[in-house]
Design a protein around this ligand. Structure first.
Ligand SMILES: Cc1cc2nc3c(=O)[nH]c(=O)nc-3n(C[C@H](O)[C@H](O)[C@H](O)COP(=O)(O)OP(=O)(O)OC[C@H]3O[C@@H](n4cnc5c(N)ncnc54)[C@H](O)[C@@H]3O)c2cc1C
Length: 325
């Protein structure tokens, strides 16, 4: 779990990512013990091919105190024989988890702890009275609550816009494909330009991803399939022998510089936001959740969260809307 180009990430993103990198191994063990679900935390390491920003990467690695190696020739061939590239930057500290399993495990853990989860139930609005949150309006009626966290991904802007805060969170479509390869074909996460490959333990290889402005349209396209396949085969030619098992699209919550908003609402007591993680929501999740929970429970913060506040001038609080209940 890491931003794709860690040296390009703003410090506010790096800070969340690094906290998550420390925390994920323990989280994986905890979830396995609690739920029996293995989220497949795997420290695969990340190889960057054909990078022309070596100096920036090295400077960043020095500042961030992470190991970075240059692999070339036989050393690269030995560690990743299927690659076509001749040299790579290697970040050994980068790990991965299997995200659908992470979600299943978190859900199972919450259910075991007695948390009620309402699925397939659209939140249509937030109920507010006299400047304080009183609940959420849903397709199944109002659910009363003293505290509400808006964590609705790309849709967060819509919900918060109705509360008078214009958050710059917009949908950014990403498409991916999945190759049915074999274990050992690829050992590391491999990145080249905007594309990457992630080898799973069972041999499957994820190839991502497009970055598209398509509004809330979540469909897949033939052009993206062709682009992803070509980029994957350029990195690892032997993938041409593997069946493409799946092709799907998702919406990222795009935000300025990819910095999420994790904060209390400036005008409505009891309302919080945790959204805008763009391309790094899985990597940043543990620290974001911990910061957000700290705000709600009034606990000491894991670090200064000022960088994740709603920027000044993001919209006035609309009182008539607030007081409608
Ligand atoms: C192709 C692709 C590849 C990615 N790869 C990575 C990666 O390698 N590493 C990484 O860290 N991140 C990755 N991401 C980004 C990551 O998936 C997101 O940053 C993350 O999912 C954001 O989490 P979230 O909970 O804020 O939003 P979401 O995951 O979008 O969850 C928001 C949820 O809120 C629900 N919702 C929205 N509105 C309402 C409403 N009104 N009522 C009820 N429910 C509502 C939605 O249905 C959804 O279930 C990738 C994303 C894509 C699309």
């Amino acid at each position: 779990m890491s931003p794709l180009y860690p040296w390009r990430a703003p410090q506010a993103v790096t800070q969340l990512a690094q906290w998550g990198q420390q925390y994920y191994p323990a989280l994986a063990q905890e979830l396995l013990a609690e739920t029996g679900i293995d989220i497949e935390y795997t420290p695969s390491g990340m190889l960057h091919l054909d990078v022309d920003e070596r100096d920036q990467a090295q400077r960043w690695a020095g500042q961030a105190k992470v190991r970075l190696e240059l692999l070339s020739g036989s050393a690269l061939k030995e560690s990743e024989p299927a690659l076509s590239a001749q040299s790579a930057l290697y970040f050994p500290h980068v790990a991965q988890v299997r995200n659908p399993r992470l979600l299943s495990a978190l859900k199972a853990s919450l259910l075991q702890q007695g948390v009620r989860i309402e699925e397939h139930c659209e939140v249509t609005g937030l109920a507010v009275a006299r400047g304080k949150i009183t609940g959420v309006e849903t397709a199944r009626g109002v659910i009363p609550a003293d505290q509400v966290m808006v964590a609705a991904g790309a849709w967060s802007g819509k919900l918060l816009g109705a509360m008078g805060v214009e958050l710059a969170i917009a949908p950014v479509r990403g498409q991916m494909i999945l190759f049915r390869a074999w274990p050992g074909l690829l050992r590391h996460i491999v990145v080249r330009a905007e594309h990457y490959l992630i080898p799973r333990r069972d041999g499957r290889v994820l190839a991502g991803s497009t970055v598209e402005q398509a509004g809330f349209d979540c469909s897949t396209t033939a052009a993206a399939l062709a682009e992803l396949k070509q980029a994957a085969l350029e990195m690892v030619p032997v993938l041409a022998e593997c069946e493409i098992e799946r092709h799907w699209a998702g919406l990222r919550p795009g935000s300025e510089h990819g910095i999420p908003t994790i904060t209390a609402h400036p005008g409505i007591r009891g309302l919080y936001v945790n959204s805008g993680h763009f391309r790094n929501g899985i990597a940043l999740a543990p620290a974001s959740a911990r910061l957000a929970a700290g705000l709600m429970l009034n606990r000491p913060a894991i670090f200064d969260g000022a960088a994740y506040a709603i920027p000044a001038g993001s919209g006035a609080v609309n009182l008539s809307r607030q007081d409608r209940l």
